[in-house]
Ligand binder design. Structure first.
Ligand code: G3H
Ligand code: 13P
Ligand code: ZN
Length: 375
């Protein structure tokens, strides 16, 4: 097999390699060791002794362990330093692997380089947990390429709004480029209601994934994981009160996710990692905190945590959470402003906001995802 080795930020071709030759290369070049064992077309990534001690990883191994272990990895959206710190500190303390994901909107807001450097700083601060850096909802080959070239270890190409054939075409092109560079690819089939960057998918335009399409899609694209639509949606308004039933405690209970679709997808793609977007639970304590302090978020409803726990125990290996972090941050800051109208030092309100995001993430790792202690 011809090996392409990622060394000092570029690919080197080493021709046919025996284990002995591989060992010699490691010795001669004073390499620190293998950080990503080559399971994508014979590619291997090394880091140099004494230069970097730890690095971002892809999701390949994380997903394999999560699938076999019946838990899911949290994929949390990051937009600034406080959010990166809150998530990674919770993961470090709970010894959990993590995916930090960056949307097109986050790159426009914070700048690609700032975000990559913030994540690299977190990796240095948390050397004992696997961290992957992922592009959330990549909208084109160019956006994916820019992230692959710019240090991400995983990208999502979301061509789910295109026709089945076009989705295959664009996903396949991204997979080819990504795999050549040691990066993994998430694709999507079916479309979720809600807002993703500038794209607002109405509830009527949303559609569940058709299980009969998944084998052909994965075979033709070569994608590494697949996001499916089973009733979750983006944002804080996932269900209307009319869609919900009221339980004995007077709490609104949303309709169940389509586990029949998930089970059929799993049957057709045994061992293949499935991704759930739109998986915030919209904690009602934070909705109340927002509303009690000048906010207006009537009828914000999320996915019940038990449903996510059930999905994590099945083939769902990655669960995306963004809105809950936003709610924790906004609720905390609104309350601070209300309680302390004379204060104006941003550190004073960002500190409790960061602390509350951290506790929210800890709760997800332990009680929802099941990935605490799995680093
Ligand atoms: O899927 C959407 C994520 O919550 C990212 O949101 O595009 O506003 O950064 P954003
Ligand atoms: P939420 O809006 O439910 O947090 O979903 C986030 C998401 O799917 C990011 O891709
Ligand atoms: Zn999403």
């Amino acid at each position: 097999m011809i090996f392409h080795i990622f060394l000092e930020r570029k690919w080197n071709t080493f021709g046919v390699l025996s284990k002995y030759k591989l060992k010699k290369i490691i010795e001669n070049r004073k390499l620190y060791g293998i950080i990503k064992y080559g399971n994508i077309g014979g590619m291997i990534r090394f880091i140099k002794k004494g230069t970097i001690k730890m690095a971002l990883v892809t999701t390949t191994e994380m997903f394999k362990k999560a699938y076999d272990g019946g838990y899911a990895i949290g994929a949390f959206n990051v937009n600034n330093m406080e959010i990166v710190q809150a998530i990674t500190e919770a993961c470090r303390e709970e010894n959990a692997p993590v995916i930090l994901q960056v949307s097109k909107g986050a790159r426009a807001y914070a700048n690609h380089t700032y975000l990559v450097k913030l994540v690299e700083a977190a990796v240095l601060e948390c050397p004992d947990i696997p961290v992957a850096l992922h592009l959330d909802h990549g909208d084109s080959f160019e956006t994916c390429k820019s992230c692959i070239d710019g240090g991400f270890t995983s990208v999502m190409i979301d061509a789910s709004s295109k026709s089945f054939e076009e989705n295959i075409e664009i996903t396949r092109k991204v997979v080819e480029y990504a795999h050549d560079h040691g990066v993994v690819v998430e694709a999507e089939l079916g479309s979720l209601a809600g807002i993703e960057d500038e794209v607002n998918v109405s509830a009527e335009a949303a559609s569940y994934t058709r299980p009969e399409e998944v084998e052909e899609f994965v075979a033709k694209t070569g994608c590494d994981s697949l996001a499916i639509a089973i009733g979750t949606s983006h944002g804080a308004y996932k269900f209307t009160p009319e869609q919900c039933t009221v339980n004995e405690q007077g709490i609104l209970v949303p309709p169940a996710l389509r586990f029949d679709v998930l089970e059929e997808v799993t049957r057709r793609l045994p061992g293949f990692p499935i991704v759930l977007h739109g998986s915030s639970s919209v904690p009602q304590d934070y909705v109340k905190m927002v509303n009690a302090n000048g906010g207006k978020m009537p009828n914000a409803i999320g996915v019940p945590e038990e449903q996510l726990r059930k999905a994590a125990a099945l083939s769902v290996c990655k669960i995306n959470i963004d809105s809950d972090l936003r709610l924790a941050m906004t609720g905390t800051i609104r309350k601070f402003f209300n309680d302390e109208p004379s204060k104006f030092d941003p550190r004073e309100y960002l500190k409790p906001a960061r602390a509350n995001i951290k506790e929210l993430v800890r709760h997800k790792l332990v009680n929802v995802l099941g990935c605490a202690g799995k680093a």
